[in-house]
Write a protein that binds this ligand. Structure first.
Ligand code: HEM
Length: 500
């Protein structure tokens, strides 16, 4: 199998040189066994490196230099423990561990920006809110709206239709280079729109692509703002007009809300006219009448965000990895054809696709679309782990990205070797079951995991069965992941797909 990208290795070495130039002896945190990242500067701590778009590489380099896959970083006034160590991840994400909140770094940002965008600082949406009213009810609505059997059946039919639509778009391109990262994003957005709103967003067809543009801009904006060590947007005069990244984020957010509002209103009217509640937004409207309009809208936009770009970036990284591996493409095509000789694979066939499953899992190990999970400790009694203690409101950044690259638990950690997942173990050939966590885990784990895996498998199976993929001229074969809120490939993924 191929070695990791040569230029990625060069980048890691260059990043290591930069870190060394800043490094001081790494102290331990107050008597704990968890080391502190080197290079801590007065006041800002590690914040100069602790921000998008390359924070993941910086933190990976710190872990390698320290040979410790959990360490404390100083990020302005906050001191999150960065977790790429599977045993610590398991302890933090265990049921009743108390690490159920979203981390302190994101909360002030969401409070300010929800106020600016929907006029309610408390409306923070399922993925970022804390507390029973704001998070618990929305979480229940998302589980009821996304996981019920009747819903799951409906979702498979929707995904199959959208996979066929994507196949048509790729065929129409006639082998000319296309940016599959964008095409997957539009398809995934249409799928989550249908599922969460019962509405056809129509972004794959290109006629309503604005929603996708706005969401993408919002992801970048969130990354830029929560990557800032201090909430600088509060200091603008007149507030908050002096911070361009924040202002862009708020403008995009307002426009997104304008686009989503009519869709939510349509569901509200349908329910008022006696329709049965079926989708996520229905559950919010029906089961939580105490929710403000702002709370419903903000949740609705957040389920779109949580559900589309994660799935599509996973597919984009995977197809990029496959484009320079024609033999693996052939093996996948044979597997898919054998599983569904009569035509397109369906949800019932995915169990017959072990290699496809392994390829996706291996791609998610190295390039998890959500590379960092912010968690907040919410119990009064201290949490103890390996000599370290954490008090209420301590922050952790559990990192599927670091977990997946931890050289202490994965053999040949940086090599792309899908066969490591063929043995049926959830975490492949890793020595610890919590080393593979691209969907997080526990009370705040991804609600859409099952749905996302079916969606990714059906879309990928359709592409590998019907097309041979090659890199477009100028497209590097090696992924170049960049962080906004999620991880995507810098500049897109440009491939030429010829029908087979
Ligand atoms: C490959 C695709 C996906 C990946 C890699 C992914 C990954 C994640 C991760 C890592 C988290 C945080 C988990 C934690 O803190 O433990 C998360 C949360 C979440 N995901 Fe996904 N996700 C994907 C697809 C989806 C889909 C399709 C949906 C819904 C349609 C969805 C809905 C959510 C929601 C609502 C949350 C917030 C849960 C909470 O805070 O309680 N995700 N996802």
């Amino acid at each position: 199998m191929l070695r990791p990208p040569a230029f990625a290795a060069r980048r890691l070495r260059a990043a290591a040189r930069r870190r060394k130039s800043l490094a001081v002896a790494a102290p331990s945190t107050d008597g704990s066994s968890i080391p502190t990242a080197p290079g801590r500067l007065p006041l800002v701590g590690h914040a100069l490196n602790f921000k998008p778009p390359k924070m993941h590489e910086y933190l990976e380099g710190v872990a390698r230099d320290l040979d410790a896959w959990a360490f404390v970083a100083h990020f302005g006034p906050r001191t999150p423990v960065v977790v790429g160590d599977p045993a610590l991840a398991q302890a933090l994400l265990a049921p009743r561990s108390g690490w159920t909140g979203r981390s302190a770094a994101v909360l002030p940002f969401f409070r300010d920006s929800s106020d600016a965008i929907v006029g309610d600082p408390e409306a923070q949406g399922v993925a970022f809110a804390n507390g029973h009213f704001h998070w618990g009810l929305a979480r229940k609505a998302s589980e009821d709206g996304l996981l019920k059997t009747s819903f799951v059946k409906r979702s498979h039919a929707i995904i199959k239709d959208k996979a066929a639509e994507l196949g048509g778009i790729l065929r129409d391109a006639g082998g000319a280079p296309v940016d599959v990262q964008t095409l997957f994003a539009r398809t995934a957005l249409d799928i989550v729109g249908s599922l969460a709103f019962e509405a056809d967003i129509g972004s794959a067809a290109g006629d309503k692509a604005e929603l996708e543009h706005r969401l993408k801009a919002i992801f970048t904006g969130i990354g830029e703002c929560i990557g800032a060590p201090l909430p600088y947007w509060r200091w603008g005069f007149p507030a908050p007009a002096s911070a361009p990244a924040y202002d862009r984020y708020v403008d995009n957010g307002k426009r997104l809300v304008e686009l989503v509002r009519p869709i939510v209103d349509a569901r509200r009217e349908a329910l008022a006219a006696g329709a049965e509640p079926t989708c996520f937004v229905d559950m919010l409207l029906d089961e939580a009448p105490a929710y403000s309009d702002a709370e419903v809208i903000w949740n609705a936009t957040q389920i779109l965000g949580a559900g589309y770009d994660t799935t599509s970036n996973t597919l984009a990284f995977t197809t990029l990895l496959l484009a320079s591996r024609p033999e693996l493409q052939r093996a996948l095509r044979d597997e898919v054809t054998a599983a569904a000789p009569a035509g397109a694979v369906g949800a019932d066939d995915v169990a017959k696709l072990p290699l496809l499953n392994a390829v996706l899992k291996e791609s998610m190990r190295l390039y998890p679309a959500a590379p960092f999970l912010g968690r907040l400790y919410e119990k009064d009694e201290a949490f103890a782990y390996g000599g370290a203690t954490f008090e209420r409101n301590a922050s952790a950044l559990v990192s599927p990205y670091l977990l997946g690259r931890n050289a202490q638990v994965w053999p040949d950690a940086l090599e792309f070797r899908p066969e490591r997942f063929l043995g049926g173990q959830r975490a492949g050939d890793a020595s610890h079951a919590y080393a593979w966590l691209p969907f997080g885990f526990g009370a705040r784990g991804c609600v859409g995991m099952k749905l996302a895996m079916i969606e990714a498998k059906l879309l990928l199976a359709g592409v590998v069965a019907d097309f041979h993929m090659e890199l477009a001229p100028g497209q590097s074969p090696e992924p170049d992941p960049v962080l906004a809120l999620t991880l995507s490939n810098a500049g897109g993924v440009h491939l030429a797909l010829t029908p087979v």
